[in-house]
Design a protein around this ligand. Structure first.
Ligand code: PMP
Length: 360
């Protein structure tokens, strides 16, 4: 079996120990005589899995007691609607910062349910920076304030949080959750699709402060109401059972590594290897302003698109896959999520050095 270094933006590389454990347990989970995929979500054995996943997530992220953890379906994209459906009715308005296509989509969806104030946008420079945020421009009457903590396509991240006072801060952390330490108590709600740092596609994690539950607009479908899932321990209907099981295995791996503080150090080291090379290279350039660089998604370009294509093709042949950038940025993007080993980043840089030498 040959595994490549997979730089996909998501779904993406998962930790091998988690995949191996899943393979071992595929046909028979512990002494149950069946695989997790085949198991009733109401069984005692499965209850232990979902409760174990929640307990580990609480421990790793240090989630305060007055927050609920929900395991939902529909991807982060469904949260673009669920957030306003559940939160906007308090005042009818919400603040959004536009730092890429995902936050733009989130704001567009919210505008179907209430008034959206665009506080700032970095669209003028193809989203290559995080805009300066002045609290004086925030609406103190907003029901919530929405940001996208890490912008998967453009490779930017917030390194400090907006001061929103009593207005709850809501963040899409799909592409950075578990990658660096966060103070959950600063947020009213955090959501993240699992398929980058947590597990397979199919489960979306929502971490929500209890007082924000029970405010849904009238006519909110039952399945889209946080209260439904909070009251039933994410068991109102069949949850994405296997995805949650893999998520638990990924969390066990992360805990074994020393938790998020240790992971953050590793991620900073990995990102530095690639950024240092980009800063020194004459051929490859990072596309993001330095202070806002993501630890997870690193876009870069050469000065012409034929050379980009040649690089992507040759990298693939060398076992470095999924390096093509998003079409709106062009060039390349290396997604180096938690499960990407440091050797993968070193192999990429070594290949880039060689490519640069050979294509002068
Ligand atoms: N937000 C961010 C930051 C993302 O990167 C993505 C997907 N790549 C989404 C939202 C959409 O997620 P999903 O496909 O789970 O709906």
């Amino acid at each position: 079996m040959k595994r490549v270094y997979n730089f996909s933006a998501g779904p993406s590389v998962l930790p091998e120990p988690a995949l191996k454990k899943a393979a071992d347990e595929m046909l028979c989970y512990k002494s149950s005589g069946m695989g997790v995929m085949e198991m009733s979500h109401r069984s005692k054995t499965y209850e232990e899995i979902i409760q174990g996943a929640e307990a580990l997530l609480r421990e790793l992220l240090n989630i305060p007691q007055n927050y609920k953890v929900l395991f939902l379906q529909g991807g982060a994209s469904s949260q673009f609607a669920m957030v306003p459906l559940n939160l906007i009715s308090k005042t009818g308005t919400a603040d959004y910062v536009i730092t890429g296509q995902w936050s733009k989509k989130a704001a567009q969806e919210a505008s179907r349910f209430g008034k959206v104030n665009i506080i700032a946008s970095s669209e003028d420079k193809v989203f290559n920076y995080i805009p300066e945020l002045k609290s004086s421009s925030f609406d103190s009457n907003a029901s919530y304030f929405h940001i996208t903590s890490n912008n998967t396509i453009y490779g930017t991240r917030y390194t400090s949080l907006p001061e929103t006072g009593s207005v709850p801060l809501v963040s899409d952390m799909s592409s950075c959750i578990l990658s660096e330490q966060v103070d959950v108590s600063r947020f009213g709600l955090i959501y993240a699709g699992a398929q980058k740092n947590m597990g397979p596609a199919g489960v979306t994690v929502v971490i929500v402060r209890e007082y924000l539950i029970g405010r849904a607009s009238e006519n909110t479908p039952i399945m889209l109401n946080y209260e439904t899932h909070a009251k039933s321990g994410s068991m109102y209907n069949t949850p994405p059972t296997y995805s949650i099981y893999i998520l638990k295995l990924v969390l066990e791996w992360l805990k074994g590594l020393g938790g998020i503080a240790a992971m953050q150090k590793i991620n900073e080291r990995k990102a530095k290897i690639l950024y240092d090379y980009l800063d020194a290279s004459k051929m490859f350039k990072g596309t993001v302003v330095k202070k806002d660089r993501s630890l997870m998604n690193i876009p870069f370009v050469t000065e012409n698109s034929e050379l980009n294509d040649k690089f992507i093709a040759e990298a693939k042949a060398a076992g470095l896959e999924n390096l093509k950038g998003h079409r709106s940025v062009g060039g390349m993007r290396a997604s180096i999520y938690n499960a990407m080993p440091e050797q993968g980043v070193l192999a990429l840089v070594k290949f880039m050095e060689q490519f640069e030498r050979e294509n002068k």
